[in-house]
Every structure is written in C-alpha cells, then in structure tokens.
Design a protein around this ligand. Structure first.
Ligand SMILES: Cc1cc2nc3c(=O)[nH]c(=O)nc-3n(C[C@H](O)[C@H](O)[C@H](O)COP(=O)(O)O)c2cc1C
Length: 242
C-alpha cells in the first residue's frame, strides 16, 4: 500500500510523534510531504484553478507535483496542529490551492486518516474541517485521531494503535464504503453544474471527459438502491435549482 503523508505542522514534534506511532501499524510505502518545505506562495485568489483549470494556477509548478503524489497513493494521512483554533496556515494554504478538487473530485477510491494535536482546545473542530475537505475531494472513508496534549503524556499508543489498525485493515481490504447522503448531494451538485447553460468550462470538461456525468456516484463506489434513487432525485432537483 502507498500512503502519502501531508504534514501541516511546521515542525516534527507532537503531531509527528502521533504520525510515527500510526506508521508502526501500517504496511507499505510512505511518501512524506512536509508543507513547510514546499514553499507554496499564498493563494492569490485569481480563481484560475476553478474557472479555467488547475494548470492556470500561478503556483501550478508547486501544487501540481503534490497533487500527483496524492493521486498515486492508496491512502492519505493529513495532519495539523491546532493554530488559533483551526488548521495551520501552511495546511490551509495548500487546501486553498486545491479548492478546485471540490468541483472536480478525484479521490473516490482513497481512504484517509486525519491527525490533529492541540494544547487544549479546537482539535475536534479542526479534525472535522479536514475530514469535510477530504470528503469533498471524494475520499471514501476518513478516520480521525484528534488529541489534546496539555501537560500530560499525550502519546496514548494504545488509542493510536487501535484506530491505526482499523485504518490499515480498511486500506488493505480495498473495500469501498457507501457514501454519506451529504457526499451524494455534493456529487449531484457538481454534476448538475456541468449541465448548466453557462457552465464553468473546466468543470464541464472534467465531468464529461471522466464520464462521471453518466453515474449516480463514482462508479468505483457501489450505491444501494435507496441512494441510487436519492441521487437521481437530487440530480433532477439540482439541475432545476442551479
Ligand atoms: C501559533 C500557535 C497557535 C496555537 N493555537 C492553539 C489554539 O488555538 N488552541 C490550543 O489549544 N493550542 C494551540 N497551540 C498549541 C499547539 O496546537 C500544540 O502545541 C500542538 O500539539 C503543536 O503541534 P506540533 O508539535 O506538531 O507543532 C498553538 C500553537 C502555536 C505555535
């Protein structure tokens, strides 16, 4: 299995200690991306990635190799310490540069693990934010480990191993989980957007070229009959509403 680790901490301390413990439970190759070393300039808000296509991002040369490494992986580990009650600017800047993946999701067959550490607060909210972002990328299942370090010994190896083993078994099983209803809704939103009279060209190209417009959800992920019907209805509604 190939794991890509996107480290949003500027240093290798509390958060990285959890990563190292998680790694002891995983079999395979690790591709480490330390965002602090990537020197990605701040997103300038040009909208090029969303409207024209990601290759028009002024920082494409920095962002694209990272996205390609993510695409090659079976699973993603994304980490951040809590800074001012949210993710670090390092991670947020990377997520801003990949906002186009919300419109054009490519991670349907991947599983992920989110690791967040904090001194005392904000860890649950921060992990939830990363979880939501990954689901918008299409990620099939997200495991979360969020811990407050405080003054005590925070490295609860037993608790870390428990979730890491679950994550590892799931990645190795290659089993695809049924998506949440919210994920189905977003799939239908973006799919419907491709059919608009005046669509975002980059989105339209993606949805038609990948063939995703022909499905109720990614063809890699099986839907039960209820979700198939739900998706069909949602798509019709979205097509009318948008
Ligand atoms: C700039 C900065 C902001 C922080 N903001 C918070 C915060 O809002 N709430 C909190 O409980 N801890 C906060 N912390 C503490 C870190 O989240 C915590 O020490 C974390 O485990 C550090 O992880 P690291 O060792 O991977 O850098 C902050 C630390 C820094 C450096």
């Amino acid at each position: 299995m190939r794991y890509v680790i996107i480290n949003g901490s500027p240093r290798k301390k509390n958060t990285w200690a959890v990563v190292e413990q998680v790694k002891t439970n995983l079999n395979g190759e690790f591709d480490e991306i330390h965002l602090a070393k990537e020197n990605i300039p701040m997103c300038v808000g040009c909208y090029n990635c969303i409207l024209k296509g990601e290759k028009y991002c002024p920082h494409f040369d920095k962002v694209s190799p990272i996205v390609e490494r993510i695409k090659k992986a079976d699973a993603i580990i994304m980490t951040s310490p809590v800074y001012a009650m949210n993710v670090t600017a390092l991670l947020k800047n990377f997520l801003d540069h990949t906002a186009y993946l919300f419109h054009r999701p490519v991670c349907f067959t991947k599983k992920a693990m989110v690791i967040v550490t904090t001194a005392g607060a904000g860890h649950k909210k921060c992990a939830k934010y990363i979880d939501e972002t990954l689901r918008h990328w299409g990620v099939n299942k997200v495991y979360k480990y969020a811990v407050a370090c405080g003054g005590k010994d925070f490295l609860d190896k037993k608790a870390i191993d428990k979730i890491a083993v679950k994550f590892s078994k799931d990645v190795e099983s290659k089993k695809m989980h049924s998506p949440k209803l919210n994920d189905v809704i977003f799939f239908d939103v973006w799919k419907a957007m491709a059919f608009k009279d005046n669509p975002i060209e980059a989105d339209k190209e993606f949805w038609f070229e990948t063939g995703l417009v022909n499905y109720d959800f990614s063809p890699d992920v099986k839907l039960g009959i209820f979700k198939v019907l739900f998706s069909k209805i949602m798509f019709r509604i979205m097509k009318k509403v948008l």
